[in-house]
Design a binder for this molecule. Sequence first.
Ligand SMILES: *[C@@H]1O[C@H](CO)[C@@H](O)[C@H](O)[C@H]1NC(C)=O
Length: 457
Amino acid sequence: MSSEEEQTPLFTRSNHGASHWNRLKKSTMIIRAVIVFSILIGLTGGIWFLQSFLNSTDTIDFNPLEGYCSHILPIQPEEYATRHKKLAETLKKEGADALIMEGGATMVYYANIHWELTERAFMVILEVDENEPTGIHTTIVTPAFEASRAVESLKKARLPTEIQPEIREWLEHKSPFDTVKSVFEEKKVKRLIVEQDARLFIYQGVHDALQDTQVIMAPESIQMLRMVKSKSELDIMRCANTVTELAIRTVRPHITVGMTEFDIQKLMTNALHKAGLTNTWVLALVDENAALPHGSSSEKKVTDHSTVLIDTGGELLGYQSDTTRTFFMGKRGHNQTIEDAWYLVRRAQENVLNRAGAGTSCAQVDLTARHIIDKAGYGDAFRHRTGHGLGLEMHEKPYMNQGNVDQYLAPGMTFSVEPGIYILNEFGIRLEDAVVVGEDGKLELLTKGLAQNPWTL
Ligand SMILES: *[C@@H]1O[C@H](CO)[C@@H](O)[C@H](O)[C@H]1NC(C)=O
């Protein structure tokens, strides 16, 4: 170390006074820049704050929605054991040895494993096995390189101790269906059931690998297991659907003249998120745009005499909500034709609630709503089925259409009741509430109540 360095410890890396001066100038400039920058940020922030303050979008009190469903418990581990026991009984009745499925709602239902479909087969096999406490032995067939992810998914699944899945891997250059075959080796397998949503190569692969085995698509009895909801499933669905309807009611007074469909969509999305729903979606359709039942939102603006349709939903603990409300802007004195149509749709909903129940065929449910609308001359304007099953999936069995004559309502089934009237280029009205067939056989709403009128909902 030189003595000079010792005398100027602060500037050990700069031997020259000039560069010291430069550094000072530089730091002053930096300070100035920081000040200017801060002022700019402050201004921008201020403008943003003012804007958001003036914009009603951000000042709505969504607090009543917050934590609305936070007391609802997810499906508990024990329930998966119950599901396996019921499946074992049903498989035996069907003379089947196992149910095979790939990623999707049924895999979530039985194994609580969420697996995205890819070109590589990932399957869960639920096999009747008297040695298992639930009567079902679970095998996971996974691509070998995904095995650790499979183990990870299994840990997250929090299955009860009675369910101890076995993991079998298949190598990239081998067939996953040889692995499926190895699961059944040495056992005489007469009949295998492939879940109805499995892709064709899964079905064909299983079919070809097990030559002497009958391979069939899941019959009604198997599909019924998912259609009939348990108490804990209903608790989740009731809260999800009630809070979705509440979210529409909360947003409703804040929809003002000049807003676009996109604006309404944004408001609703905020409300649903505040309510704790995920995977949310919103259809907001104004006036003639609502004549397309599955139209998409646009820049179309709300006027003081608009008819606004909001069809929306989201997910709570894996289960879906789906609710539609159509309402009028302005005060009384809406277009009479449209007002009459609204009350007609509402009566169609009521007719289903009053007349359908356990033992009613799905076809009859549809006709019960359709009858009211037909009689008023709008038969051709009610172009879709009256409803669809609702649960882990947004659309699932049972479907309420007049062709579904062999399917009957049973306690625990959940579905939407959503009649509508759609006049192309003029208007569209739909009201939708989810219901469950109660233990007493009557339909119960999974929302708080039907819309009372087209103004206040
Ligand atoms: C009311 O709406 C109907 C249906 O769109 C339309 O045909 C009719 O002209 C409207 N009436 C008035 C007074 O605007």
